[in-house]
Write a protein that binds this ligand. Structure first.
Ligand code: GLN
Length: 530
């Protein structure tokens, strides 16, 4: 079993996650069994309680764990589902250590960061490796070398390197900026961050340097000399047309060969023809559609990463490039949506911005614009229909007003009893039964599906008959029939909304039906009007 540690230097946001996912993809394409671990040095036990403003999207796994969005990239690049064990956080590690201490497991010892916390980190990494029977485990260390929070993890990596020797290596990601005035690629930030890593006792084996343009031979030699790695082990990560192109760019510089030589994996040749075709369809599409995404955190597109990816996958399958028009729901104007081919209202929490979203849904419904509502966008579609078609004035969700007369979206009794906010939503994979002769059935071609969830509120069962007799059909329901999962409106080119999150299961070459249906409908409407 081999271990690849990916650390980050200079600053965050250099694509360490994409580099790790790309390494995983390249090795998996050689036929090796690969798994990934993301280490998040923050004190939260999971990402569930974190604001998307601070940390980007919260990604949800099959088992309901709420994790960092990098796990989403691993799933999309590896084409495999991860579990809670694939995400290690300081909160999780300390919780375990403290529980063990309270149980008396340490037999009177003084419990310390070294060795008790570092032992726990190493044990957690080994457990994933053993449980998944992986040939290679790629471990991405969140944060930047030098952060106080990452210290125990880096120390664990140092110890593991010593224990594993040739069965492990370290890839360090850095930045090579070019100063416009002199036009010269600057290697000093890389030198400094490697110096910092070496001060902790870790010598990188490969350096992946983010840069605007490909690195010159001179730059690679200079970094190699100062950082004590072979010049061929300095790999450039220049700007790419799509994140999916990154593994191909790294491979052109011989990354798989470097990894297999250093880890003694034998002669390895990644089979990338399908991936290549996918990248071609993403980067050179024949058609174009524009989708409005009416959200609350649109300043930071990281908040909606999985939507962007799901749209890219669906577009690629239909040879269409998808441009997103980001609309901040609070600031929506009468002409904000004019000219878009389709509209999405995504995940959301709280009442701020809900009116703008309801306005956008009304616009989509009345003007025959293809609409896909997800989770909050499903609940808002139900509220819009209640207000404007059923004429239930002030219909709302109990999330916004729990005294309102018409709470068409509300809490199920079991949710009312929950006291903690962390990890208590309805999370993860649940089955949905699909009604015959419905749009949902046509899209999924299956009477029963599984999708991932993350919500607390649900459609109030008292109103279901009223909705259905006015034309809003609940074509997907939970197995016990108590939860409405899909709503669709037939008198429209494409109006569908889901309580679940199909974006979390969308992958390259495996687009999710609701997104595929949306792009298909957009292209159909375009061809009608041309
Ligand atoms: N706030 C809503 C709920 O808790 C919707 C959540 C979401 O969009 N993921 O049910």
């Amino acid at each position: 079993m081999k271990f690849i540690f990916v650390t980050g230097g200079v600053m965050s946001g250099l694509g360490k996650g994409i580099t790790s996912a790309s390494i995983g993809l390249l090795l998996k394409s050689c036929g090796l069994r690969v798994t990934s671990i993301k280490i998040d040095p923050y004190l939260n036990c999971d990402a569930g309680t974190m604001s998307p403003y601070q940390h980007g999207e919260v990604f949800v796994l099959d088992d309901g764990t709420e994790v960092d969005m990098d796990l989403g990239n691993y799933e999309r690049f590896l084409g495999e589902s991860m579990s809670q064990a694939n995400n290690i956080t300081t909160g999780k590690v300390y919780k375990k250590v403290i529980e063990q201490e309270r149980r008396g497991d340490y037999l009177g010892e003084t419990v310390q960061i070294i060795p008790h916390v570092t032992d726990q980190i190493k044990a957690d990494i080994h457990k994933v490796a053993q449980d998944t029977h992986a040939d290679v485990v790629v471990i991405e260390l969140g944060g930047t070398v030098g952060d106080i929070e990452s210290m125990p993890f880096l120390e664990a990596v140092r110890q593991l390197r010593r224990e594993l020797r040739k069965d492990s290596l370290v890839v360090h990601t850095t930045l090579v900026p070019v100063l416009k005035a002199v036009g010269e690629a600057k290697t000093k930030p890389t030198q400094h961050s490697v110096k910092e890593l070496r001060a902790i006792g870790i010598q990188p084996d490969i350096i992946v340097a983010r840069s605007e343009h490909p690195l010159s031979g001179d730059t690679c030699r200079k970094i190699g000399l100062f950082c004590d790695v072979a010049p061929e082990a300095v790999i450039g990560a220049p700007d790419a047309r799509s994140i999916y192109e990154v593994p191909l760019i790294l491979e052109q510089q011989g990354l798989t060969q470097l990894l297999s030589e250093q880890l003694q994996l034998g002669q390895q040749m990644p089979q990338l023809s399908e991936w290549n075709l996918f990248v071609e369809r993403v980067t050179q599409p024949t058609h174009q559609v524009e989708i409005a995404l009416v959200g609350k955190y649109t300043d930071l597109s990281d908040s909606y990463v999985s939507y962007e990816e799901a749209l890219t996958h669906a577009g690629a399958a239909l040879d269409a490039g998808v441009k997103i028009r980001w609309i901040e729901s609070d600031l929506i104007q009468p002409d904000s949506l004019s000219g878009v081919d389709g509209i999405i209202v995504p995940v959301g929490f709280g009442s701020r911005g809900s009116d703008g979203k309801i306005e956008a849904i009304c616009y989509a419904r009345e003007n025959n614009i293809p609409y896909l509502g997800i989770c909050y966008g499903f609940q808002m579609a139900v509220i819009e229909f209640a207000r404007n078609v059923l004429k239930l004035k002030n219909a709302t969700s109990s999330e916004f007003d729990d005294q309102a007369e018409h709470q068409v979206v509300s809490l199920l009794p079991e949710q009312k009893e929950m006291e903690d906010l962390g990890g208590t939503m309805r999370l993860g994979l649940h089955s949905i039964v699909i009604r015959e002769n419905s749009l949902a059935n046509k899209l999924y071609c299956n009477p029963s599906i599984d999708e991932r969830h993350r919500h607390r509120f649900e459609v109030n069962l008292d109103y279901v008959d009223q909705f259905e007799s006015a034309g809003l059909i609940f074509s997907g329901r939970s197995e016990d029939g108590r939860r409405m999962e899909i709503a669709e409106y037939a008198d429209h080119p494409y109006f569908i909304a889901a309580q679940f999150h199909p974006e979390f299961l969308s992958r390259p070459n495996q687009p999710r039906p609701l997104f595929l249906g949306l792009i298909h409908a957009c292209l159909n409407e375009q061809s009608k009007s041309s």
